[in-house]
Each structure stands twice: as structure tokens, then as C-alpha cells.
Design a protein. Structure first.
Length: 139
């Protein structure tokens, strides 16, 4: 069994964004040479998410609106976490809802996706460089 690990780097200048990282993840899979196995992808930050869904701008807008209703950024004084001097409590909650990681089967050297499935990085507290882990095991 082979194992492959790579960190992808991303910088979102604004506070929030949804970014399709499927091409970068597919490049990792090609680089690994693994044909059959599993791929794990997760952000190495507690205010970001990796998830699978459709690459459709209306859906991304809906996510943004829905998440902001669930955990509004302001007023920041409404969150105990922000008593520490932070202003990102909402980002922690948004990450919890959107999930930490994805696991994708690899079949014949390809990500074994359903129709329309793509991998996204969800940023909820941007403005700095962040890392995404890609770990692949298989043969």
C-alpha cells in the first residue's frame, strides 16, 4: 500500500469564500500514482471547511445567506469566544455546520464522484494564508 501527503496553500483576501479545489486535488491524485484507494481532504484550520457539493453560484449564495442567519458575524459581542479578543466565533460555528473533511473513493485513478460533485474549500475567517491537507492511501 502506498501513502501520499501534500499540503495545498490558499489565501482568501476577504472574510468568506467558497473555492472549488477539485482541480488541485485531482493534480495530487495524479502525482500520487495511486489507482485504487481513498483520498482524505481537510483544512488545517478550525475556521475553514472542506465539503462536497455542486459548483453552482446560486447554491453558494444560498449557503452564504443560510450560514449568516445561523451564525451572524455581528454583533461580535454576542459570542463568549470573542471575549478573548477574537472576532471569529461565527467562523467556528459555520465550520462546524459545513464539516471538517471529505473522503472520496479512488477508482481507476479517478475521484469516484457522483454527478455534479466537486470538492470545495469554505473559508469563514480569511485574510491570511491557510493550508489544506490531501492524504491518499491505496495502490
Amino acid at each position: 500500500m502506498k501513502s501520499y501527503r501534500k499540503e495545498l496553500f490558499i489565501h482568501v483576501p476577504g472574510r468568506r469564500a467558497f473555492i472549488n479545489i477539485t482541480p488541485q486535488v485531482e493534480a495530487c491524485l495524479r502525482e500520487s500514482g495511486i489507482q485504487e484507494g481513498l483520498l482524505l481532504c481537510n483544512p488545517l484550520h478550525i475556521t475553514a471547511s472542506v465539503f462536497i457539493n455542486d459548483d453552482e453560484q446560486g447554491l453558494h449564495h444560498d449557503y452564504e445567506q443560510w450560514l449568516e442567519r445561523l451564525a451572524p458575524h455581528a454583533p461580535t459581542k454576542n459570542y463568549r469566544h470573542n471575549d478573548t479578543g477574537e472576532d471569529n466565533a461565527d467562523a467556528h460555528l459555520k465550520r462546524q455546520v459545513m464539516g471538517r473533511e471529505v473522503v472520496v473513493a479512488i477508482t481507476q485513478g479517478k475521484l469516484d464522484f457522483g454527478t455534479w460533485e466537486q470538492i470545495f474549500y469554505g473559508e469563514f475567517d480569511g485574510g491570511r494564508r491557510k493550508r489544506i491537507l490531501v492524504k491518499i492511501i491505496g495502490e
